[in-house]
Design a protein around this ligand. Structure first.
Ligand code: SF4
Length: 224
């Protein structure tokens, strides 16, 4: 299959699967940029089940970016206790102060502006732009990179050059319509979290197997 056709087919299958199988997660029910940002920072190194527990509590204590900006570091640390990797909370707190002071309390929507905020890397910038503002931009985290590598390159690991290609492929895949882009980014992440998992990808039940280089190869091996 030529790469354009593979991309179209992949996206169609992925979105159909997501419509059937998406988990109902609290941060998927909001477009509030601050709430999206908090979820993204929490999810960076913590499992979904644990974040689901801490996320509402944290937002109850700091419901807006201004509340967080005004908080004492000790209070932020206390609210983060149990999530680990405290540097994330510290960056989030610093970010809230910058947004409150320099952006009138509004989290920027442009990925380039987001990238300048404390603790924000390319993934988080793309995720906030897409999940809060429905911008048609890619958001490539570990799960997404793994799916793209396996589907389009038939590989497990990436060289620096290949990682650049992963971002390029993600950018080419993201639908131009913002709402559809939101769904696409959620869907590819969900596939990486539930089906195309790191250790043992669940190829036999994967919705994109017929257009996946790795899936097809694994299928051939199982057939012999
Ligand atoms: S077919 Fe297998 S390797 Fe390909 S995306 Fe699905 S789970 Fe991942």
């Amino acid at each position: 299959m030529r790469s354009g056709g593979q991309r179209v087919s992949f996206t169609r299958r992925l979105l159909a699967w997501y419509a059937r199988s998406a988990r109902d997660l609290p941060w998927r029910r909001t477009r509030d940029p601050y709430r999206v940002l908090v979820s993204e920072v929490m999810l960076q190194q913590t499992q979904v089940s644990r974040v689901s527990e801490f996320y509402p509590r944290f937002l109850e204590r700091f419901p807006t970016v201004q509340h967080l900006a005004r908080a004492e570091p000790r209070a932020v640390r206390e609210a983060w206790d149990g999530l680990g990797y405290y540097a994330r909370a510290s960056n989030l707190h610093a970010l809230a102060r910058v947004v409150s002071r320099d952006f009138d309390g509004r989290v920027p929507e442009n990925p380039q502006a987001l990238l300048k905020l404390p603790g924000v890397g390319p993934y988080t910038a793309g995720a906030v732009a897409s999940f809060a503002y429905e911008k048609p931009v890619p958001a490539v985290d570990t799960n997404v990179a793994r799916v793209i590598r396996r589907v389009f390159f038939g590989r497990e690991t990436g060289t620096r050059k290949r990682e650049t290609n992963v971002w390029r492929t993600a950018a080419a895949l993201v639908p131009k319509n913002g709402k559809k882009a939101w769904k696409f980014n959620q869907a590819i992440m969900e596939l990486g979290a539930l089906i195309c998992v790191a250790r043992k990808p669940r190829c036999p039940e994967c919705p994109v197997r017929t257009v996946c280089r790795t899936g097809k190869r694994r299928g051939r091996r199982l057939d012999v």
